[in-house]
Design a protein around this ligand. Structure first.
Ligand SMILES: [Zn+2]
Length: 107
């Protein structure tokens, strides 16, 4: 521990933010409680937005961006020509996420 609050470079902040997002995603998936998971997901979204971070696909696919409810077995997932169509079981929001194997079409 030292004094490192003086000036943190933006690249460092982003790194910390990405780490936090990964940790929160971990917590969210093991939360076991939907309300708690939703809070974690909301934080993920907030950090990503503030730090201008594009969430990795595997995290994006984990929860609804509208109500932050984690997708589970009650959410509809359909695969159509490389696009995953997920419907939120809670708010009914539909998302289409490119499902490229290895290829990353979007940034
Ligand atoms: Zn939703």
């Amino acid at each position: 521990m030292g004094r490192k609050d003086a000036r943190i470079p933006k690249s460092e902040l982003r790194k910390i933010a990405v780490e936090s997002i990964n940790e929160l995603a971990d917590l969210s998936s093991t939360a076991g409680d939907q309300n708690l998971a939703r809070r974690y997901n909301e934080m993920i979204d907030l950090i990503a937005e503030r730090m201008d971070i594009t969430l990795p696909q595997d995290i994006k696919r984990k929860f609804c961006k509208k109500c932050f409810t984690p997708y589970d077995s009650s959410s509809r997932l359909r695969l159509k020509k490389g696009i995953a169509v997920i419907r939120c079981a809670k708010c009914g929001d539909v998302r289409r996420i490119p499902y490229g194997a290895g290829k990353q079409a979007i940034r």
